[in-house]
Design a protein around this ligand. Structure first.
Ligand code: COA
Length: 364
């Protein structure tokens, strides 16, 4: 078994990289992490099928999943998902970490720490330059205090609130009244700019070569971005068991941008996962956000979330999301990186032109 080990602190527990037979047990542990709405990620399917999609069908390679086992039962998981990232002018392999969970009665024994090191070792052996994660307030201190992670950026959690729904919730005014008076339409006009050139927006059922050509044209405009070609985007958003919605923007039949969003089925909440355009193409970004807000509102969504970097992302996509999702949560979100390539360091990271969105991370 891959790197199997036990130690005095973890008693009889094995820690090693998962093999296919562990997947069922991993998928039984994850719902605790995903919370009550975890099932929204795979309607009509199982947690096992979701794991299989995530860990074994990624065009960048299989995930490195570290597990701790008590007998046959997985009691702690750390997953590393390979992603291709363009930094400066170079494409490198990175692993995005997630699915951090240790079963309640096995916590504070060093299992998570051990699995992080195991997954990082595996990523290094597979040639990865770094691992990255959007940790929560429980895992972040462990990562930076004892596991060599650094925080290159923080992200703001932002939201767009449909005004008629907010008035109903806060003031008790039935939403139909402000909606009929145009409140929703007016706010959307204020926070999403007018589109001055001719941009056509259409729903996307599958990303084609047009999106790979868009990436090829724009890749030099960004200094830190996941490789956004059709192989990656189809795996991440179309073949995923989560029912995302996607739109593409066209100018003169040329694809000039796309947006991917999610609408919850059990709560009226949505998320903008990925918006990508030329850094100066405000019209494409605005047309996409406008179309998505309209479509999500029609599905009953009343609040739409987005994440934007606090600095380093100045492109039209980030500016448009920041303007539309104008309410900012006080507590920013952490981003943490551990470098595996000795030539990389936090000071060597690009200072500007980042493209980093919700969908570049685990979840949602
Ligand atoms: C976050 C979480 C995964 C940590 O798992 P864990 O296995 O308890 O983590 P560890 O045991 O490695 O570290 C926890 C603490 O135990 C300590 N510890 C105890 N024995 C240890 C040992 N032998 N070796 C290393 N650390 C040890 C660590 O120092 C750490 O202390 P700190 O918080 O003061 O830094 C776990 O709390 C969890 O599942 N939480 C709920 C889900 C969640 O929020 N996940 C994070 C999503 S981003």
């Amino acid at each position: 078994m891959n790197g199997a080990s036990t130690d005095s602190k973890t008693g009889a527990l094995n820690t090693r990289l998962a093999c296919p037979k562990d997947l069922e047990s991993v998928s039984q542990l994850l719902p605790e992490l995903g919370g009550p709405h975890y099932g929204e990620r795979f309607p009509g399917k199982t947690s096992y099928e979701f794991c299989r999609w995530k860990y074994t069908s990624n065009p960048a390679g299989d995930a490195a999943v570290g597990v701790a086992l008590d007998g046959d039962r997985v009691v702690s998981v750390v997953a590393g998902t390979p992603k291709r990232v363009r930094i400066g002018g170079e494409v490198v392999l990175a692993f995005e970490l997630g699915d951090f969970i240790t079963a309640n009665s096995y916590r504070n024994r060093g299992l998570f720490s051990k699995l992080i090191n195991l997954v990082c070792d595996s990523a290094r052996q597979r040639g990865a330059a770094f691992v990255y994660v959007r940790p929560n307030d429980l895992s972040f201190p462990i990562l930076v205090s004892r596991l060599s992670f650094v925080e290159p950026r923080k992200m703001d959690e932002r939201r767009y609130v449909v005004p008629s729904a907010a008035m109903e919730r806060k003031l008790g005014i039935p939403a139909v009244i402000p909606r009929a008076l145009g409140a929703d339409w007016i706010l959307r006009r204020i926070v999403v700019r007018d589109v001055k050139t001719s941009v056509r927006v259409e729903p996307v059922t599958r990303f084609d070569d047009g999106v790979s050509r868009l990436w090829a044209r724009l890749q030099d405009c960004y200094r830190f971005s996941l490789v956004r070609d059709s192989h990656y985007l189809n795996w991440r958003y179309i073949d995923c068991p989560t029912p995302y919605s996607a739109w593409a923007a066209y100018r003169d039949d040329e694809l000039v941008g796309y947006l991917v969003a999610f609408a919850g089925s059990s709560q009226p909440l949505g998320t903008f996962l990925d918006l990508f355009t030329h850094p100066e193409d405000e019209d494409a970004a605005s047309a996409l956000v406008r179309a998505a807000i309209d479509a999500l509102e029609q599905k009953g969504v009343r609040v739409i979330y987005a994440w934007t970097l606090q600095y380093g992302a100045e492109a039209a996509a980030a500016r448009t999301l920041a303007r539309a999702c104008f309410l900012v949560k006080k507590q920013p979100l952490h981003v943490a990186i551990r470098f595996l390539d000795d030539n990389l360091s936090i000071r060597g990271l690009p200072s500007s032109d980042w493209q980093l969105t919700v969908g570049d991370f685990d979840g949602s």
